[in-house]
Structure formats: structure tokens, C-alpha cells
Design a protein around this ligand. Sequence first.
Ligand code: FES
Length: 160
Amino acid sequence: MPFALSPERDRELAEILSRYPNRQAACIPMLHLCQEQNGWVSDEVVEFVARTLELPSAHVLGVVTFYTLFNQQPVGRHQVWVCRTLSCALRGSDELLRHCEKKLGVHAGETTKGGEVTLRTAECLASCGTAPMMQIDKNYHENLSIAEVDRLLDRLLAGG
Ligand code: FES
């Protein structure tokens, strides 16, 4: 089935398009808008964006595959990103990641059985001074301990 934006998001798109000098420049914000609605960037979303912005589908797909923040497959209702770059690694991110994997019963890149959480790793999220850190959906959680990670994951798994 072809993808279409909701009326509310369609209005947001019009506002986004008005901010850019040409349609191609709106590709990334439009993809974010579509992903917010759909949860991931399906082939139908790629076609929709390409058609709307008058771009080749290959161009849109190139953007989607370059940026890791675009989901190329369905994901859980929440996404947990554990930063693994140097500052976080030096302050125990590997241990945090192993703990997340054990607690959630999945490996990085996988989604829990009930579809609640997708666990992922990230390159530096620009919060090195408060390492180790992770991002849950749009929120940063910093200076993490195993106990704090437990509390955060318990809340997610409980539907919070
Ligand atoms: S290394 Fe983790 S936020 Fe920069």
C-alpha cells in the first residue's frame, strides 16, 4: 500500500518545505517526519519521499542507508542506543551493553520478543563529558551505572 502522511504531518511537511531553498534540501527532515509516523523507512516511504521531492529513489535510499538514525527495518516501540566510542568505552560502555543484552534477552541490533525495545549501538553521541551514556528514544541518559540502566530498562519494559 502506498505511504501517505497524516493531515497533521502533511501540514508539518509544508512548513518544512517552506524553509529550504529547494526540495532536495528537505530530504533529511522529510525522512525524519515519515519515520516518526511509520516507525521505519520502508520502500513505500522511500518512494513517497522521492516522488514528493522530485528526486530519484536511489538518491533517497542513499541518504537512508548513510545515516544510522534512519531505521531500515521495523523497530520496537522504544529504541535504546548505547554509545561505544572512546570516552564511553573507557568508562564501561561494553559492560553496560552486555548488561542490556542480558536483561533484554537480545543482542545489539535486535528487538525484544514483545516488540517493546530495540537495542542498538551508536558512535559518539556528543556527550563524552558525561560518559558512559545512552540514548533512549529522544532522551540522553548520562553518567550511567548498571543500577541506573536497570531502572531505565525496567521502566521501558513496564511500558513507561
Ligand atoms: S564517546 Fe560516548 S558520547 Fe562521545
